[in-house]
Design a binder for this molecule. Structure first.
Ligand code: GAL
Length: 386
């Protein structure tokens, strides 16, 4: 082979590697990841730094016994505080008090339940809780996670002063491709530097805002502010308005129904953030409603958007794979109010068939429009077809 042909082949090989490695985060091993929004659980909202292998094992058990696994919840994600230091080789070390058996043994346990394990790190020097971050250890850490058979990594953005988010997160994307294990890549930089513009070719999901809390005001400000981001989401790459607070006790039932309905319409990741070992029947019913989850997980992968608003009332629509629409009638006001859905908002000229997805009831077929009373801070979530 001439030197010229060898050089040409090398250039082609490098170009091919660059293309395949940039998509490999979603395609590793020919198994595309996150083709629907990831579903699972994360320790942060309820437990903060109180994480341990016992909590993770018991949560995995509860996901199975509660019916959450059957409903589609799959990832069991440890958030901040599992890591304490680095050893002499720079390898990240798990807290031996909380995780005496180590993360690999925990991954084996979670896998034995038919579930997947996630861990957390930070692109900066330290995590938000001042544990070692992954700056300058990107490839080493991802290889460590892959060696532990971890399936999901959330990467935060604390202590990252002076760094460029896209540049740093691309390092993790390439590290995941190089490590060669399918690992869902969750970017958590709170919407800094518009991650929806570079997230789709970098990770599988990216946070769009600061942290949620277990209050209606905070949840609704985040959820209802997502309008306009729908064009950036799709199979393999999702906007992430943060994890669920359902069941943590700070909101009323109608408010949690709004939270869950809005997240489903937004094709948001559904990461429960409550104590699954002790949740009551009402929480379980909200988290596992199959008709709501079907909206979130719909194969079309379209993120919903607002089609109408007036005062405290909003109507959001998510187009579904079968040609029907999921429609949320939201009342953000302080008293019960009537909301009217005009079928023209959905491009339907004649009559439409409606189903109430929370009540599992067909509402029937009506001509032109449909009106319903909606409680304060509440929602009616419908499936509407011609
Ligand atoms: C925040 C992040 C939260 C949680 C927390 C842990 O930056 O948005 O979801 O991970 O750090 O310290």
């Amino acid at each position: 082979m001439t030197n010229f042909r060898r050089a040409l082949l090398e250039v082609l090989f490098v170009a091919l590697f660059a293309v395949t490695s940039s998509t490999a985060f979603a395609q590793a091993g020919n198994r595309p990841l996150a083709q629907t929004p990831p579903m699972g659980w994360n320790s942060w909202n309820k437990f903060g730094c109180g994480v341990s292998e016992q909590l993770i094992r018991e949560t995995a058990d509860a996901i199975v016994s509660s019916g959450m696994k059957d409903a589609g919840y799959q990832y069991v994600n440890i958030d901040d505080c599992w890591q304490v230091s680095r050893d002499a080789q720079g390898t990240i070390v798990a807290d031996a008090t909380g995780f005496p058996s180590g993360i690999k043994a925990l991954a084996d346990y979670v896998h034995s339940k038919g579930l997947k394990l996630g861990v957390y790190t930070d692109a900066g020097r330290l995590t938000c809780q001042k544990r070692p971050g992954s700056l300058d250890h990107e490839l080493q850490d991802v290889k460590t996670y892959a060696g532990w058979t971890v399936d999901y990594v959330k990467i935060d953005w604390c202590h990252a002063e002076g760094l460029d988010a896209e540049t740093q997160y691309v390092k993790f994307r390439d590290a995941i491709a190089q490590a060669g294990r399918p690992i869902v890549f969750s970017i958590c930089n709170w919407g800094v530097k518009a991650p929806w513009t570079w997230g789709p070719h970098t990770g599988n999901l990216w946070r769009t805002t600061g942290d949620i809390s277990d209050h209606y005001d905070r949840m609704s400000v985040i959820g209802f502010s997502q309008n306009g981001l729908e064009k950036f989401a799709g199979p393999g790459h999702w906007n992430d308005p943060d994890m669920l607070e359902v069941g943590n006790g700070g909101m009323k039932r109608d408010e949690y129904l709004t939270h869950m309905s809005l997240w489903a319409l937004l094709a948001a990741p559904l990461l429960a953030g409550n104590d699954l070992r002790t949740m009551n029947a009402e929480t379980k019913e909200i988290l596992t409603n199959p008709e709501i989850i079907a909206v979130d997980q719909d194969a079309k992968g379209a993120q919903g958007h607002r089609v109408w608003d007036e005062g405290p009332l909003e109507i959001w629509v998510k187009p579904l794979a079968d040609g029907s629409n999921a429609v949320g009638l939201f009342n953000r006001g302080e008293s019960e109010l009537k909301i009217t859905l005009d079928f023209k908002m959905l491009g339907i000229a004649g009559p439409a068939r409606l189903r109430d997805l929370w009540k599992h009831q067909d509402v029937g077929s009506t001509q032109g429009s449909y009106s319903s009373q909606v409680p304060k801070h509440g929602v009616m979530l419908l499936r509407v077809s011609k």
